[in-house]
Design a protein around this ligand. Structure first.
Ligand code: HEM
Length: 393
């Protein structure tokens, strides 16, 4: 029996120390269903797996490294639900992804910038009005990306309680199968109804655009919307929460960012690299025998790509296990790599480049309101981060 992936963190920003201290670039590992497969953990092999079409992303072939709730309609070993292209291979993936990239244009993202600045400023105003202490996650880190993705997609923000709750249940590793299945059906039903409405009343938003394009069925549209809604707010939200926490514990870096002594775009890349909030979600399965790192991965065997250590590979990144906002982090794998590389990365970057400096400038004395070891870490969730971040100023 080989090891299973450790997930408990003893340091808020480092991968579990068993992973950090293990120099092996590749090893055998037991997946959550008992399958004995592989784990790659350095930069070169991680990138190679993600770029190689002989490794499949389909949900039929997918296995998870860490046990997740078993959700009816979204189960490893069964085909991905319609529209849910993160769980598909080319050509099905290509067809859907192409339609989406047509909507995620640089121009559309740029046009969103003033709107994002407004959303950020409004939330900072509300924080100032509420006065300290404030939970930065619920007051800022979660609502900002949530509102942005709602505006982009054309999902009424007034419904956020429902989909934020459902999406949190789906991403919780400890949720019961029953609760996770209910959350899945609830989101699916909600988005199906929304799409029906957009067929009747055409809308000038991303979902409206896809409806008008006429190439996707209602079910496919609901699947695309579900994927974007979950991927679009939880990921960036956790980068904002965990990133601010990391800056608090690196005060010299925080000052440099606040005082514009580092390039904000560079700082965001380094935070993405250092924190790597998607830590064990990227797995693939070989569809034929593949030679990799001196081993043979047999057809049918799964490979976990462990991004947190790949992104700290000292052969690739000079800052390694440190956070250095002026270091060169380009080429990091926090957004994945290859055909499934994050579709929303430009949007996420724009949000973070606006949000971090605005927050630090608005509250020049912003600091943690509790001791650092009392900040609850999201070791129990698919996307890493902090559950809450109590701050004062
Ligand atoms: C800092 C924030 C984000 C991080 C760290 C992140 C990370 C990732 C990663 C690692 C993947 C690849 C998964 C794989 O290879 O299996 C991915 C895919 C994806 N992301 Fe993101 N993401 C972020 C923000 C966003 C946003 C804002 C959106 C939507 C607006 C989004 C939508 C997607 C979609 C649709 C995919 C699937 C792409 C495909 O299968 O072709 N993500 N993301």
């Amino acid at each position: 029996m080989t090891d299973v992936l450790p997930t408990t963190r003893t340091h808020p920003f480092d991968p579990p120390h068993e992973m950090l201290d293990d120099p092996r670039p590749m090893r055998r590992i037991t997946f959550a269903d008992g399958h004995e497969g592989w784990l790659v953990a350095n930069y070169e092999l991680s990138r190679a797996v993600l770029a190689d079409q002989r490794f499949s992303s389909t949900l039929e072939r997918r296995r998870a490294l860490v046990r997740r709730p078993d959700v009816e309609g979204f189960r490893a070993g069964e085909p991905a639900p319609p529209g849910f292209f993160i769980g598909m291979d080319p050509p099905d993936h290509t067809r859907l992804r192409r339609l989406l990239t047509g909507q995620f244009t640089v121009r559309r993202m740029k046009a969103l910038e003033p709107r994002i600045e407004r959303i950020v400023a409004d939330h900072l105003d509300a924080m100032a009005q509420a006065g300290p202490p404030v939970d930065l996650v619920s007051a800022f880190a979660l609502p900002v990306p949530s509102l942005v993705i709602c505006e982009l997609l054309g999902v009424p923000y007034a419904d956020r309680d429902r989909f934020q709750r459902d999406s949190a249940t789906l991403l919780s590793l400890g949720a019961s199968d029953e609760d996770a299945s209910k959350a899945w059906v609830s989101m699916w039903t909600y988005l199906g109804e929304l799409i029906e409405r957009k067929r009747v009343e055409p809308a000038d938003d991303l979902l409206g655009g896809l409806v008008a394009g006429g190439e996707l069925s209602n079910e496919e549209l609901a699947g695309v919307a579900l994927l974007l809604l979950i991927a679009g707010h939880e990921t960036t939200a956790n980068m904002l929460g965990l990133g601010t926490f990391a800056l608090f514990l690196h005060p010299d870096q925080l000052e440099a960012l606040r005082e514009d002594r580092v390039d904000v775009a560079n700082a965001v890349e380094e935070l993405l690299r250092y924190l790597t909030v998607i830590s064990f979600g990227t797995t693939r399965t070989a569809i034929e025998d593949v030679e990799l790192g001196g081993e043979v991965i047999r057809a049918g065997e799964s490979v976990g790509v462990y991004l947190p250590t790949a992104n700290r590979d000292p052969l690739r990144f000079t800052s390694g296990d440190d956070l250095d906002l002026s270091a060169d982090a380009h080429g990091h794998l926090a957004f994945g790599h290859g055909v499934h590389q994050c579709l929303g990365q430009q949007l996420a970057r724009i949000e973070m480049r606006i949000a971090y400096p605005a927050l630090l400038r608005r509250f020049p004395t912003l600091r943690l309101a509790v001791p650092a070891d009392e900040v609850p870490l999201r070791s129990d969730m698919s996307i890493y981060g902090v559950h809450r971040l109590p701050v004062e100023w």
